[in-house]
Design a protein around this ligand. Structure first.
Ligand code: SF4
Length: 481
């Protein structure tokens, strides 16, 4: 089969964090979340170039483009195969892309990728809507893609390609063996940023272009709600400092990007590498600004001081619950005291904080949820996100919710985080929604928060951007009470 041209794309089905497999939230559902570049597609494009394929990347929602534009691209580019990044809530709508493509060219080879395929019910895949999908990647796409294309090109049996789900000649859905996690991340080429519209992915406050740089994969923690250990493995795999620096320099020198999100399951997990990276950024005089995520127990003053010196302006913490009993049950392994210490340390060093909280675990009473909302108020992070916990298939949380008989809705087609798939044993779904909205209103719309934020703004552009996010928050959280 001729496989020379590929269109890699996010379909025009709303703004979701696609490719960010553990957090597939709708961008507008978050309080201050910004859209991130499709690095997952960029990595695959770079891999494909190594085997002589010409890739094209289109992020239709980010470009505000419609199905008609997708059709136009199919006609103009005439790709031999498609690679689409899907999310669990949108998968049914996403598949429209493959239907359109197969109508125009019944020979086109269609591949989908996304966390959904690690965990989804195999019976679901037999449904008509998935008949337009030839293969789904179940594993790290960069390690799977070239073997898959090579096998398809040569008419080989796909059962020998590890890390895929596919429909065989007998119309059976077959999953092949697992492709092991790549141990040396330096072997993955940098994402093909020359194919991305980098100006669309911006820092939420200043509106400057912001690139995502993956620094490591894997997380040894076992939080019951998180897909990361399944998707990226429980062993921390780090890129070398030299390799990260080379990508940063490429962004600065070739694309003029000076703002970065260092993406990792937990960026601050390995103190030695964090400090080494910071020192190298300083010694190379890169003059960049960056943000990263952390756990409240993998941070200390020494690490933070180096981070600040090298341009870190914000750290995001998964604080989750403000009730220590719930923290234990969800196996987060951190406490309220550690959350206070981490946020205070950031404040002391002049680094902004973004606190992520989760409510809606099965055992939670209203009082326990109030502990979380109270902690969010007490910590006064610069940005706060209160999500309603979602039982992703494949997590321990999913199994618990199922065993307790409180799992009533499927995640497919479900709008994550602001709209619960379950209530708790003591609090209904509707009450969870109202508690979340009320808490976000009281956090962001308090005169104290507004005053503090205004004082720290440095330009009219920042004022404008904060106003835009504030408006989004108002609309979301005053809608239906
Ligand atoms: S610390 Fe917990 S929430 Fe964070 S990536 Fe690891 S398992 Fe997931």
């Amino acid at each position: 089969m001729k496989l020379e041209k590929a269109l890699l794309f996010n379909p025009p089905v709303g703004l979701y964090q696609r490719g960010e497999d553990r957090c597939q939230a709708e961008v507008d559902g978050g309080s201050a979340t910004s859209l991130r570049p499709p690095n997952d597609l960029g990595y695959i494009a770079s891999m494909l170039r190594q085997i002589g394929v010409t890739p094209f990347i289109a992020d239709y929602p980010a470009e505000k483009k419609l199905w008609s534009h997708f059709e136009d691209d199919l006609k103009t580019i005439q790709p031999n195969f498609l690679i689409m990044s899907i999310t669990t809530p949108t998968i049914e709508d996403d598949m429209k892309a493959f239907s359109i493509a197969k109508t125009l060219n019944s020979e086109i080879f269609t591949i989908a990728k996304g966390a959904h395929f690690y965990t989804c019910n195999r019976e679901d895949l037999k449904k008509a809507i998935y008949e337009v999908m030839d293969v789904a990647i179940v594993g790290e796409a960069e390690t799977v893609i070239n073997n898959l294309i090579h096998a398809k090109k040569n008419g080989a049996d796909l059962s020998n390609v590890r890390g895929i789900l596919w429909r065989n000649n007998l119309n059976q859905i077959v999953q092949t063996g697992q492709e092991p996690f790549l141990t040396d991340l330096d072997k993955i080429p940098f994402p093909a940023r020359d194919l991305m519209k980098n100006h669309l992915y911006v820092r939420p406050d200043t509106g400057e272009p912001q690139a995502t740089i993956q620094t490591s994969r894997g997380c040894p923690s076992q939080c019951i709600f998180c897909l990361s250990p399944l998707i990226s493995g429980m062993k921390l795999r780090e890129r070398s400092v030299g390799n990260i620096i080379a990508e940063l320099e490429e962004c600065v020198n070739e694309y003029g990007i000076r703002n970065f999100f260092f993406r990792a399951d937990t960026f601050t997990m390995n103190k030695k590498s964090v400090i080494e990276l910071c020192k190298e950024i300083i010694s190379r005089k890169l003059g960049i600004a960056w943000v990263a995520n952390s756990r409240v127990n993998t941070i200390d003053e020494e690490r933070l001081a180096w981070m600040k010196k090298s341009g870190c302006w914000l750290v995001a913490f998964g604080i989750e619950s403000g009730n220590d009993e719930i923290q234990k049950r969800i196996k987060k392994g951190t406490t309220r005291t550690q959350a206070r210490e981490a946020v205070n340390l950031c404040r002391k060093l002049g680094i902004k904080t973004y606190g992520f909280y989760l409510i809606g675990f099965p055992w939670e009473t209203k009082e326990m949820i109030m502990d979380t909302l109270q902690l969010a108020k007490e910590l006064r992070c610069d940005f706060s996100e209160i999500h309603i916990a979602i039982p992703y298939e494949g997590t321990e949380f999913y199994k618990i919710a199922q065993d307790l008989g409180i799992l009533t809705e499927k995640a497919v087609g479900h709008n994550y985080f602001s709209n619960p798939a379950i209530g708790t044993l003591h609090v209904s779904k509707e009450e969870l929604i109202q508690m979340r909205k009320k808490a976000l209103r009281s956090l962001y719309l308090s005169p104290r928060y507004i005053g503090r934020t205004l004082v720290h703004m440095k330009s009219f552009r920042e004022v404008k951007n904060y106003a835009r996010y504030g408006l989004r928050l108002l609309i979301q959280n005053y809608r239906k009470g």
